[in-house]
Design a binder for this molecule. Structure first.
Ligand code: MN
Length: 715
């Protein structure tokens, strides 16, 4: 049974200045709060936190981590509180225990393979200090070591989760020693038959080969002596799960896994590694294809070593791994190896460079001064671009950070996104712009007739949601243009005594569409609705020229009697998402660039733009409203009406027109009126570029003597 002294000895062995009293104090506290609790094995509960703490000490972690290992189950399973832990052991330890408690509450609910990666990432992202993950791994390792006391069904579930999640995290963090042990333990419970079979084969083989391995070792050791290289040589057995995986992957039998005979040489420095490699290659013939230099090219999880396979003394293949003691420690402990630098030494820049993903981080964090700051920044910024949340069924979804329930809804299904009206997070209603947090459980509320809103584009973060909303808006706009185009045609056709339905049925409209290179009647109507084609052009296609001319004359005759209300189209207006729509300005309010404006789809006439506070606009059906904006780039001058009130005397009209034209504004029309009390009320229609231009014109008039008032007419 483990004793407190075992832990203290381990810690003082690698950290002579460690605060051992803190560990003693945590032990006493732990014993007190867990008192009376028994594990399934029948042992007192405290054995578990002590074993966890010892595993952390084996990884040579700092004192707060070892202490937190002792306390890791206190908040969850006893009456202890975080406040108490903070008071007794400080904030750092309390935060570590809190982190372990939090991620302990997450359970991996679904069995799908694809979920595992998300779940792994979520665990990492949720622990804002990577030491929380190390404690969790140690916790899981001890639970796996004592899994035989659990009921069988639980054994399988826990083993599966361990293999899919925790072994994989250990691998990712480069902690080989924990990874291999977790894998072999899981393997044992998941495939007991295969495991037992393989274990006995390996034992037999190892015995058979023992003499052989000893011989290889002896030869290498004597050579090291001869060259004066300090080092250690050990035989090495591959772990069972990796043999099994290799057999499955290559579809071969146990006997074909040839590199069972393997030795490892540990030396002091890199120079010696290559010297040993030279010695081994001079002793035995190498198989070149099997040589790997992970010293020059470290693996992503910062593993470094030389691997070579040679034809050994009796003609059998031998795999030799050569690395420094330091590299070996890193290979076994991975990221955990970095914590010892926190105490005293200061860390070696080159060490860190081996960590591919840490290196990326470093590039972003060049200015960081010390190792503490560096490690704080490592936290788990690795996955900071994503947030991990659950469906009510327990599936994990990964979304970009700052995603909203709308993003989540679209990640489930486009239809759910389109109809999303609200969401519950962890059982509570939230607004749609709510920012999702790691571990949230999201339930989407839908309504069958709801449709996406353009405003959603401002808050969604995932490309799936954005694309789908854009597509919906585009389709919607197309549908609107089709019906708009059709209304325009029907109306215009009637003036030429043409019947839309007849022409549609006879296929003439379809033929006309084809002549424009369009696929269908709908495409043609959309083109007219968008204003890309004019209805006049279409009529030209539908009616023979001679007949058309006759018709035109008739139409002209009728229309000449009415004053033209037509106004020239301009490029002054941007209709969001749509190009080339027919635009007209409300005669009532004559909007100018700079005015707040609204647009309305007008049956048969494209879009009409009004000043936002125009009474006509208020009276228009809000269903037909469409977002419009001024196009700052190009447009022709726009007409506006101004009324000038002045003392009427000779020459005032000439002065006014002079003032207007001196501002480079065109006068379209003028209407002169005198009142009985000798006042003049003159109304001008003037073309100006925008509201500033208008102001200039009005100021110029105002400066004239005898002018009392200048106002813009909005209706
Ligand atoms: Mn535990």
């Amino acid at each position: 049974m483990i004793r407190l002294n075992d832990i203290l000895n381990k810690v003082s062995h690698y950290n002579s200045s460690a605060d051992l009293n803190m560990i003693r104090k945590a032990y006493v506290y732990c014993a007190k709060v867990h008192q009376g609790q028994i594990r399934l094995s029948g042992e007192p509960y405290i054995i578990h936190p002590m074993e966890v703490s010892a595993i952390l000490a084996d990884l040579k972690l700092d004192v707060p981590t070892v202490v937190a290992g002792l306390l890791h189950d206190t908040v969850e399973d006893t009456l202890a509180t975080l406040e108490e832990l903070t008071e007794l052991f400080g904030e750092e330890v309390a935060a570590l225990v809190d982190g372990v408690t939090k991620i302990g509450k997450i359970h991996f609910k679904t069995k799908q393979e694809s979920q595992a990666e998300n779940f792994r990432k979520m665990l990492l992202a949720m622990s804002d200090d990577i030491r929380v993950i190390l404690i969790k791994l140690a916790d899981r390792l001890h639970n796996m070591r004592t899994l035989q006391f659990q009921p069988e069904i639980k054994q399988r579930n826990i083993a599966r989760e361990t293999l899919d999640i925790y072994a994989s995290i250990a691998h990712r963090l480069g902690i080989q020693s924990i990874k291999t042990e977790l894998e072999d333990l899981s393997f044992q419970y998941l495939e007991p038959q295969i495991y037992a079979d393989l274990a006995s084969k390996v034992t037999t083989k190892t015995q058979e080969r023992e003499a052989y391995v000893e011989e290889v070792k002896k030869i290498i050791i004597s050579k090291l002596d001869e060259y004066g290289i300090h080092g250690e040589v050990s035989g090495r057995s591959k772990h069972l799960y990796s043999i099994y995986r290799k057999m499955v992957k290559r579809n071969v039998d146990f006997d074909d896994i040839y590199d069972l005979v393997a030795v490892r040489v540990l030396v002091d420095d890199i120079k010696s590694c290559y010297e040993v490699l030279g010695i081994v290659h001079s002793l035995w013939k190498p198989i070149t294809a099997r040589f790997k230099d992970y010293i020059a090219m470290p693996k992503g999880n910062m593993y470094q070593s030389l691997h070579t396979t040679v034809i050994g003394p009796t003609g059998e293949r031998v795999e030799v791994q050569i690395r420094t003691f330091e590299m070996h420690h890193v290979a076994e402990s991975g990221i955990a190896a970095h914590w010892k630098y926190k105490e005293g030494k200061g860390y070696d820049e080159r060490e860190v460079e081996r960590f591919a993903w840490l290196r990326q981080l470093l590039e972003l964090q060049q200015e960081l001064q010390d190792s503490k700051e560096f490690m704080d920044s490592v936290k788990i910024d690795l996955f900071s671009e994503e947030v991990y949340v659950f469906t009510p069924q327990g599936d994990v979804k990964s979304l970009p950070k700052q995603s909203t329930p709308i993003d989540f809804a679209y990640s489930i299904h486009s239809d759910i996104g389109d109809r999303c009206v609200g969401a519950k997070v962890n059982g509570k209603l939230v607004p749609l712009k709510y920012e999702l947090k790691n571990g949230d459980i999201i339930e989407i509320i839908t309504s069958p007739h709801h449709t996406p809103s353009k405003d959603w584009l401002k808050i969604v973060k995932s490309s799936k949601a954005r694309n789908r909303i854009r597509l919906w808006i585009k389709t919607e706009e197309r549908n609107r243009s089709i019906s708009l185009g059709r209304e325009i045609c029907e109306k215009e056709f009637r003036r030429y005594s043409l019947n839309y339905n007849k022409l549609f049925k006879s296929g003439e409209i379809k033929n006309a569409a084809a002549e424009y290179g369009l696929r269908s009647e709908d495409d043609l109507m959309a083109a007219i609705g968008y204003g890309k084609l004019s209805v006049g052009q279409l009529i030209g296609k539908l009616v023979p020229e001679a007949k058309l001319n006759a018709l035109k004359e008739q139409v002209d005759k009728v229309e000449k009697t009415k004053p033209s209300t037509r106004r020239k189209d301009t490029g002054a207006i941007l209709i969001s998402g749509v190009d080339d729509v027919m635009v007209r300005f409300g005669k009532c309010c004559n909007p100018l660039p700079g005015d707040d404006i609204v647009g309305f789809i007008t049956r048969g006439r494209g879009v009409t733009v009004h000043v936002a506070d125009c009474p006509v606009a208020f009276a228009t059906d809000p269903e037909r409203r469409i977002d419009v904006a001024w196009n700052s780039e190009k447009h022709a001058p726009l007409p506006v009406k101004i009324r000038v009130t002045c003392h009427d005397h000779k020459g005032i009209l000439a002065d006014t027109t002079q003032a207007i034209t001196s501002c480079e504004a065109n006068i379209i029309s003028a209407h002169i009126q005198s009142t009985v009390d000798k006042m003049g009320v003159n109304t001008f229609e003037v073309e100006v570029m925008d509201i500033d231009h208008l102001r200039k014109v009005m100021n110029a008039i105002m400066r004239l003597d005898d002018v009392v008032k200048v106002e813009r007419l909005k209706n």
